[in-house]
Design a protein around this ligand. Structure first.
Ligand SMILES: C[S@@+](CC[C@H](N)C(=O)[O-])C[C@H]1O[C@@H](n2cnc3c(N)ncnc32)[C@H](O)[C@@H]1O
Length: 283
């Protein structure tokens, strides 16, 4: 197992998720990659079995999390947010889609240097980057310098609110390790009149259907991505209290099942595996 802060071995998973977004019509066609198509094809039989037997599969929770983050971001923009930083953006099409829809938006996409360079090249080739839509390198564990969170947030207007997103990142780390980042983020967001953090998180609630399957899935993903995949919380209360301890003023746990009637998201047979956490820090 690698040192938990050396995380470049995780990057290939962005090819898979990138292909899911493209396949489901959430991306412009130029986001498709050969690596993503290969991984998508390789997992297809497992996905089929998962859907039939468990009533949900990886694609189900990926789409639940992506569409629910989109939904909350639309609402926050309707409420006046004009600045977004998406960390660990991978090949997510969100920045492109939102910048097309909202001309008032400043959107910074960030990832580890190699992935950021790949994204930058992709978006440059398709002429979609601009002064208000940029790609920058980051490492969530860098405390200072060009790869630090402070450097990325330093590009923004601190007199206006900001939304920071991480999608598909936090469960690759044990709780103690990712909490270092959450504390740094909560402190940095204090420089803005309001800072909102949106992230997906996979809890492991006792009594959840497929409790053991989830644990095994986590172990498998940890092994192939050479990371320390972890389930951080056993209840919503524990999640909320943990985020308040890291310096957030408030935290809401969104369950995709509560949005089945409002959003075109796939439904899981039982309790969904993913939650969207929305943390708030006010100046
Ligand atoms: C599962 S992918 C998710 C990509 C994208 N958010 C999506 O949902 O399609 C995980 C991403 O985390 C990025 N990543 C891994 N370690 C990181 C770190 N220390 N700092 C920033 N990004 C990191 C990887 O490069 C990869 O793009």
């Amino acid at each position: 197992m690698s040192e938990p802060r050396d995380t470049s071995s995780i990057s290939f998973t962005a090819l898979y998720t990138g292909h899911v977004w493209a396949k489901d019509g959430l991306s412009a066609p130029f986001f498709r990659t050969r690596g993503g198509a290969f991984l998508y094809g390789a997992l297809a039989p497992f996905e089929y079995v998962g859907r039939k037997i468990a009533g949900g599969n990886i694609r189900t929770f990926l789409l639940q999390r992506h569409l629910l983050i989109d939904h909350r971001l639309h609402q926050l923009i309707d409420d006046g947010v004009t600045q977004v930083v998406e960390i660990a953006c991978g090949l997510s099409p969100r920045g492109h889609r939102f910048c097309q829809q909202y001309p008032q938006l400043t959107y910074i996409e960030t990832d580890l240097p190699d992935m950021a360079q790949r994204k930058q090249q992709l978006l440059t080739e398709h002429h979609v980057l601009s002064e208000r839509h940029k790609v920058m390198p980051i490492n969530i564990f860098a405390d200072d310098g060009d790869l630090s969170l402070a450097h990325v947030l330093g590009q923004l207007d601190t007199s206006k609110p900001v939304v920071v997103i991480t999608e598909g990142l936090v469960n690759y780390f044990p709780l103690a390790v990712i909490s270092e980042f959450w504390r740094k983020l909560a402190t940095a967001l204090q420089h803005f009149p309001q800072g909102t953090y949106l992230t997906d998180n996979y809890p492991l609630y006792h009594g959840m259907p497929f409790y053991h399957t989830l644990k095994n899935l986590g172990r498998l993903l940890g092994a192939i991505s050479r990371s320390q995949v972890g389930f951080h919380f056993h209840s919503d209360e524990q999640t909320v209290s943990h985020f308040l301890q890291q310096g957030f003023d408030d935290l809401t746990v969104h369950n995709p099942a509560d949005f089945y009637n409002q959003l075109p998201i796939p439904q899981t047979r039982g309790n969904p595996m993913v939650r969207i956490l929305e943390g708030v820090v006010s100046a």
